[in-house]
Design a protein around this ligand. Structure first.
Ligand code: PLP
Length: 394
C-alpha cells in the first residue's frame, strides 16, 4: 500500500537507528560497546519503583487517567518548578504528555499552521525538524559557531527571522553538544523573542545534569515577559532515570495547554497511570538520587573528556552538562582517509565494535556524538578501541 506523503518524507531517528544497528550486531554474539545511547544507565530510584508498585496494588493504576494528567502529578510538577526556579504556575498551565518527545510533538500540532516557521539552531536534537514537518510547519535551521560552543546568538536568530517565524527552539543543556547557555545569553534571546512576538520552546530536559560548578538557568527565571512567551518542555526521563516510563510535560499558555490536552484525549487518551504515580514520587519525593546520578555523570565526564580530546585529529571544548561529547573529527577523518563522517561511524561499528552517532543526524558534517551514560571501564575501553581504529586507518 502506498504510504502517506507525510510518512514518506519522515526520516527515522538517527540515534534510535544507530542503537538498533548496535543491538543487531550484539545479537550475533559480537562484543559491542555502545556509546550511542541517550539514556541514563541507572535503574529508576527505588522509592519511585515502590510508588509505582503501590499504585498497582491499591488499584489506582488499573484505570484510565485524565488526559491532561492526574491531579497529584500536575501539582507535583508545579511544586517542583516553584522549588527549583521560584515561579508558580496554575493547574491549567500544565499538561502531562507521553515523554518530552510527545510534549514537543503535541505542542507543534497545537500551534503550527502550514508554512509557519520554526527556528532551530544547528546542531539540533534529531526529532525537532521532523516533528515540525509533521505539523506542516517549516524548520528554519540556523548555523551557530563552534567557537561559541554552538550556542545561537541574537544575531544568528535575527538573520533567520521572517514575518512567518512563530517559534524558536532553545535546548539548553544541549543534546548533542552538552553545552549550556549562560543567563545573559538566554536573556538576550528571550528579550529578542518578546520584542518580535516569537514564542520560545525551551527544552530543559537535561536541566538537572550540570557539572563542575556551572549553573543552569531556566528560561522562566529571566522575566515575566519572557516567561509568558515560553513553553517549557521537560520530563522525568533523564533526571530520574525513567526513560522507559514515558512521562513528560508542557508548561505555558493555558489555551495552548488546553489544546494539547485535547490532542492527548484524541490520540493517546492519557499517559500510563502507573507511570504517572511513579513520576509524582520522582518529583516530590527525596531528591538525593538525582544528585548521586549527577555526581556519577560528572566523574565520567571528567574521566572521558581528556581521553577523547587526546585522540588524533580531535578538537573539543569541555562540555558542561547533559551526558554527551560532540568532538569535531574533521582532521581525524582526513588522517584516516574518510570524506564522510557517517562512513567513519559505520566502519567504527563494524570493525572496532564501538557505536557512536554520526553528526549528520544532528545537522553537522564533522562531528560524532559520544554518550557517556555508561560505566567508566566501558567508556575507557570504548575510547581505547576508537584510538586503535584510528591508528590502524592512518
Ligand atoms: N529533548 C531532548 C533534547 C532529548 O535528548 C530527549 C531524549 O533523548 C527528549 C527531548 C525526549 O525525552 P523523553 O521523550 O524521553 O522525555
Amino acid at each position: 500500500m502506498e504510504l502517506s506523503k507525510r510518512a514518506k518524507q519522515l526520516s527515522p531517528s538517527a540515534t534510535l537507528a544507530t542503537a538498533q544497528k548496535a543491538q543487531d550486531l550484539k545479537k550475533t554474539g559480537v562484543d559491542v560497546i555502545s556509546l550511542s545511547l541517550g539514556q541514563p544507565d541507572f535503574v529508576t530510584p527505588i522509592n519511585v519503583q515502590q510508588a509505582a508498585i503501590l499504585s498497582i496494588e491499591n488499584g489506582e493504576a488499573s484505570f484510565y487517567a485524565p488526559s491532561n494528567g492526574i491531579y497529584p502529578l500536575r501539582q507535583a510538577i508545579i511544586d517542583r518548578i516553584e522549588t527549583d526556579y521560584g515561579k508558580r504556575y496554575e493547574l491549567d498551565e500544565v499538561v502531562v504528555t507521553d515523554g518530552a518527545k510527545f510534549a514537543l510533538y503535541a505542542l507543534f500540532q497545537a500551534v503550527l499552521n502550514s508554512e509557519d516557521e520554526v527556528i532551530i539552531p544547528v546542531p539540533y536534537w534529531v526529532s525537532y525538524a521532523e516533528q515540525v514537518k509533521l505539523a506542516q510547519g517549516v524548520p528554519v535551521f540556523v548555523e551557530t559557531k563552534e567557537s561559541n560552543q554552538f550556542k545561537a546568538t541574537v544575531q544568528d536568530l535575527e538573520a533567520a527571522r521572517t514575518d512567518k517565524t512563530k517559534l524558536v527552539i532553545i535546548n539548553s543543556p544541549s543534546n548533542p553538544t552538552g553545552m549550556l547557555y549562560s543567563k545573559e545569553e538566554l536573556e538576550a534571546i528571550g528579550n529578542w523573542a518578546v520584542k518580535h512576538d516569537i514564542y520560545i520552546v525551551a527544552d530543559e530536559i537535561y536541566g538537572k545534569l550540570i557539572y563542575n560548578g556551572y549553573e543552569f538557568t531556566s528560561m522562566i527565571e529571566l522575566s515575566d515577559a519572557i516567561r509568558k512567551q515560553t513553553f517549557i518542555i521537560n520530563g522525568v526521563s533523564k533526571s530520574y532515570a525513567m526513560t522507559g516510563w514515558r512521562i513528560g510535560y508542557v508548561l505555558g499558555d493555558k489555551e495552548v495547554v488546553k489544546a494539547i490536552n485535547t490532542i492527548n484525549s484524541q490520540s493517546i487518551s492519557n499517559c500510563a497511570a502507573v507511570s504517572q504515580y511513579a513520576a509524582v514520587e520522582a518529583l516530590s519525593g527525596p531528591q538525593n538520587s538525582v544528585e548521586e546520578m549527577r555526581q556519577s555523570f560528572e566523574e565520567r565526564l571528567n574521566t572521558i573528556y581528556p581521553l577523547v580530546a587526546a585522540l588524533p585529529g580531535v578538537t573539543i571544548e569541555k562540555p558542561k552538562s547533559a551526558f554527551y561529547l560532540y568532538p569535531n573529527i574533521r582532521e581525524t577523518l582526513n588522517l584516516c582517509g574518510y570524506e564522510n563522517v557517517t562512513d567513519f561511524v559505520n566502519d567504527l561499528l563494524e570493525e572496532a565494535h564501538v557505536a557512536v552517532v554520526s553528526g549528520e543526524g544532528f545537522g553537522t558534517h564533522d562531528h560524532i556524538r559520544i554518550s557517556y551514560a555508561t560505566d567508566i571501564d566501558t567508556l575507557k575501553k570504548g575510547v581505547e578501541r576508537i584510538a586503535s581504529f584510528i591508528e590502524k586507518k592512518q
